[in-house]
Write a protein of this length. Structure first.
Length: 568
C-alpha cells in the first residue's frame, strides 16, 4: 500500500488505484486535522487519502452485501436462518437471536497485537474467526428474509430500511407500507417501481416525486393527483403529458394505457420526458450544496441521496450528518466521522468502520454496536470499551498500546486507509460496489478482490413459464402462479412470486413483473443520473453550472433559477 506524508500540502494528487487525479484542499486538510484521534492527550494526525473519492467509495461499498441472501443453519443453535455470507466461510454464522444474545462473547476471540505483521493482515484473521450475524436486524416482526433492516413488520428483502410494513423489494426506505420494487421512499403507501419519492400514495413508476397520489409515470413532480406521464409539474390534476384533460378524457387515456405493456409505456414516457427541461441538480431546501437528491442540506458537497446533512463532503445515502466526510449509508446524530460504511446513531469522532452504531472515538471496527474507545474489533454487540483486536484492556494500557499500533500502521502505509477490498468477507460481485462500479470476474480477480460464481438453482415447482408468456392482465393470473417459476425475460434466471407480492399487484392493478428481482433492481437504479457532476451551460440563460447530466446527453437542462421560474 502506498505510503503518505502526514503533512502533505493541498493540491492535486494522483489516485493510487485508478488513472484519475483528485484535489486535496486546505479545507480537506483542516478536516483531517479535526478528526484525528487524541489518545492519552496526544493527537495522531490522519493523513490525506491516497485514493480519489470514487475509489474510496468503491472500497467502502465492497463490504456491504444487501441483497444476496441464502438459507443457512445457525452455527450456535442449529435452527434455520438467513445468511448474507456464502457457504464455506471460516467464521461461524449465527441467527439474529443468537448473535445478539449473551450465549457467546466476542472477547473470547481476542488476541494480542503482533508488531511483526501488518495490521490489516491481523484484522483479516480476526474477521475469519469471530461469529457473524447472518442477517443484521433489530426489532423486526415477520421479516426473516432481510438484511440491514430495523423496526419493521411483514417485509421481504428490504435492505437498509426501517419502520416499514408489508413491503417487498424496497431498498433504503422508511415509514412506508404496502410498497414494492422501489428505492429511497419516505412516508409512502401503495407505491410500485419508484425511486426517490416522499409522501406519495397509490402510484407507480415515479422518479423524484413529492405529495403525488393516484398517478403514474412521472418525474420531478410535486402535489399531483390523477396524472399520467408528466414531468416537472406542480399542483395539477387530470393531466397527461403535461396537458390538462377533462376527467372523462383522462379516463379514456388510462383505459388505452391498460392495453399496453409496462415496457412500452416506459419507453413512451421516457421519450416524452426528454422533451421537458430538467433541473441541473435535484435539491430541495438546500444551501451551498452539490449533488442529486439532497433535502434540507447545507454546505453538503459532492453528496447524493442525503437528508439533513451539514458541512460535509462525499456522502452517499446519509441522514443527520454534520461535519463529516466519506460516509456511506450512515444515519442519525453523526458528527466528525470519516470513512465509514453503514450504521449510525450517535457516532462521534469515529473512523474507518463498517456497520457501527453508537461507538464514539473508535477506529477500525466491523459490526460493532455500543463500543466506544476501541480499535480493530469485530462483532461486539453490547456495551464495551478499551478493546483492541477484541481483547479487553484498561484505559491506561489502551492509551499506551494504540499509539504504538498507529505508528506501526504508518510504516506499512495502512494508517488513514479504510479496510482493503481484498479482506472483505463478502464477494465483490455480491456487494453494493458491483452496483456502482461494475467489474467482470477477471477484472476483480486481477486486483485480488474476492468473487463468487453464482448459479441459480431451479426451484421445485409445478411449472416453469417464460416471462413473455405470462398473461398481460393481472386479472388473468391464477392463484397457482405461486407454485410456478418464471424465467426472466432479460437474464433467463428463474424467480418466483410470493403471495404478499401477488396481493399487492392485484391491489394496484399491475401486471406480474417480467424480470428477475435483481434485474428489476438494476433497471431501477439505471433510471437515475450518474452520481457525478459535469460542467455544462444552462440551456436558457447560458450560465455555467454543475449538473448530473453529461454534456453529450440530449436533455435540455436548466440552472436552478431558470428551472424554478419555468415550473412555478
Amino acid at each position: 500500500m502506498q505510503k503518505t506524508s502526514l503533512h502533505q500540502d493541498s493540491g492535486r494528487q494522483a489516485c493510487a488505484q485508478c488513472p484519475e487525479s483528485f484535489e486535496i484542499t486546505d479545507g480537506d486538510l483542516a478536516f483531517y486535522e479535526k478528526v484525528s484521534p487524541v489518545i492519552g492527550g496526544k493527537k495522531y494526525p490522519i493523513p490525506p487519502p491516497t485514493l480519489c473519492p470514487d475509489c474510496r467509495l468503491q472500497r467502502r461499498l465492497s463490504v456491504r452485501n444487501e441483497r444476496h441472501l441464502s438459507r443457512h443453519r445457525c452455527d450456535l443453535c442449529g435452527k434455520p436462518c438467513i445468511s448474507s455470507f456464502p457457504a464455506g466461510n471460516t467464521f461461524p454464522v449465527y441467527c439474529t437471536a443468537c448473535w445478539w444474545s449473551d450465549h457467546w462473547d466476542p472477547k473470547d476471540y481476542g488476541r494480542d497485537f503482533d508488531f511483526s505483521r501488518p495490521f490489516f493482515e491481523q484484522f483479516q484473521e480476526l474477521l475469519r474467526n469471530v461469529p457473524k450475524a447472518g442477517a443484521l436486524q433489530m426489532n423486526n416482526e415477520n421479516c426473516e428474509f432481510n438484511h440491514l433492516l430495523a423496526f419493521s413488520r411483514n417485509s421481504y428483502l428490504c435492505p437498509g430500511s426501517y419502520f416499514i410494513e408489508d413491503c417487498i423489494y424496497v431498498r433504503k426506505s422508511q415509514y412506508c407500507r404496502d410498497c414494492v420494487n422501489s428505492n429511497e421512499l419516505n412516508r409512502c403507501e401503495t407505491i410500485a417501481d419508484s425511486t426517490n419519492c416522499d409522501n406519495c400514495s397509490s402510484s407507480h413508476h415515479l422518479i423524484n416525486c413529492r405529495n403525488c397520489h393516484s398517478s403514474s409515470y412521472m418525474n420531478d413532480c410535486t402535489g399531483l393527483t390523477n396524472c399520467f406521464m408528466c414531468s416537472g409539474m406542480v399542483q395539477k390534476q387530470y393531466h397527461y403529458k403535461n396537458q390538462p384533460l377533462a376527467k372523462e378524457a383522462y379516463g379514456e387515456v388510462l383505459a388505452d394505457a391498460a392495453r399496453k405493456s409496462p415496457e412500452e409505456l416506459l419507453r413512451t414516457y421516457q421519450d416524452f420526458s426528454r422533451t421537458v427541461p430538467k433541473r441541473a441538480q435535484i435539491q430541495l431546501n438546500c444551501e451551498h450544496s452539490t449533488g442529486d437528491y439532497l433535502y434540507n442540506c447545507k454546505n453538503a458537497l459532492h453528496c447524493s441521496d442525503c437528508f439533513n446533512c451539514e458541512d460535509s463532503m462525499y456522502l452517499l445515502e446519509c441522514e443527520g450528518v454534520k461535519d463529516s466526510m466519506d460516509l456511506s449509508m450512515h444515519d442519525k446524530d453523526i458528527e466528525l466521522c470519516y470513512e465509514i460504511c453503514s450504521g449510525g446513531e450517535k457516532s462521534y469522532l469515529t473512523a474507518f468502520c463498517y456497520c457501527t452504531i453508537a461507538s464514539p472515538r473508535s477506529l477500525y471496527l466491523s459490526s460493532c454496536f455500543y463500543q466506544p474507545d476501541s480499535f480493530g474489533c469485530d462483532g461486539f454487540h453490547g456495551h464495551g470499551q478499551y478493546c483492541i483486536l477484541n481483547k479487553q484492556y484498561t484505559k491506561e494500557a489502551y492509551e499506551e498500546l494504540v499509539p504504538r499500533i498507529i505508528e506501526h500502521m504508518q510504516t506499512h502505509g495502512e494508517w488513514g486507509e479504510f479496510f482493503p477490498i481484498s479482506i472483505s468477507p463478502n464477494a465483490y460481485n455480491q456487494t453494493v460496489a458491483q452496483d456502482e462500479f461494475p467489474l467482470t470476474e477477471a477484472e476483480a480477480k486481477a486486483r485480488g478482490w474476492p468473487w463468487r460464481g453464482e448459479k441459480d438453482e431451479m426451484p421445485k415447482v409445478s411449472k416453469v413459464i417464460p416471462a413473455e408468456k405470462l398473461p398481460s392482465s393481472i386479472d388473468d393470473i391464477p392463484d397457482d402462479i405461486l407454485n410456478w417459476a418464471i424465467e426472466c425475460e432479460a437474464t433467463k434466471r428463474p424467480f418466483r412470486i410470493i403471495k404478499q407480492e401477488l396481493d399487492l399487484y392485484r391491489t394496484m392493478r399491475l401486471p406480474i413483473p417480467r424480470f428477475h428481482p435483481d434485474e428489476r433492481h438494476r433497471r431501477m437504479m439505471a433510471l437515475r443520473n450518474p452520481r457525478k457532476l459535469w460542467q455544462r451551460k444552462c440551456h436558457k440563460c447560458g450560465k455555467e453550472m454543475q449538473t448530473t447530466y453529461q454534456p453529450s446527453r440530449p436533455e435540455v437542462v436548466y440552472c436552478e433559477t431558470c428551472y424554478l421560474a419555468e415550473v412555478y
